[in-house]
Ligand binder design. Sequence first.
Ligand code: 13P
Length: 237
Amino acid sequence: MIIASNFKTNYTRAGTKAFVQAIQAYIAQAKSRQQVRIFAPFTALDRFGEHDNLKVGAQNFYPVQSGSYTGEIGFQQLEEFRIESVLIGHSERRHLLKESQAFIAQKYDFAKAREVEIVYCIGEPAEIRVQGIDAVMSYLWEQFEGIDVHYDRLVIAYEPVWAIGTGLSASLDDIDDVLSRLRAKLSKPLLYGGSVKVDNIESILHVKACEGVLVGTASWNENAFCEMIRIADHVNK
Ligand code: 13P
């Protein structure tokens, strides 16, 4: 399974290095079978000499190799650190940073052409959720506009906006309902994200179509993140 941490706007360069080293040591000692991802801030990217099953990824990029885009990071800067995994479509970028679906699709095509792993995030806000599952699914399908769902290195993360950073995860029934509807049409790994923590990760990983998690807040403590990896190793999937 894929167990991913999204650092968001947390951790310094030194703190990230210590975190990555601690997770590397844990994975080696526990002989973990999980595919672990750590989406670090740009300023903390480096070559960490990761194991095959641990990759440090980028939370964002501007869809250019290089050029004149003041304040942006292109692929030349990611390639320096051999970044092989990127997040695209996170709700904080869609809603707070106002990224349009057209721009997200442009970023997707750019990353796809560079053959990196794409963790593509989708999720509905609370006002859509209250309208019921049909409204939720049509909202989610719209987030696939312009996205090649057959791309080899695509991973999809379902993160309901109302569950992100609130401490209130979606219910297991809601996760199961959405993931199984996605699974009926998509053949890529499906992750869940939104208030995943040590206390609920096991039951979430038992949801049939769930193949991993994308964790924010609860993963920022390295012991808790190791514990989540340990629990995933004990879920027989
Ligand atoms: P939380 O785990 O803090 O809810 O964040 C989830 C998330 O946005 C991961 O990308």
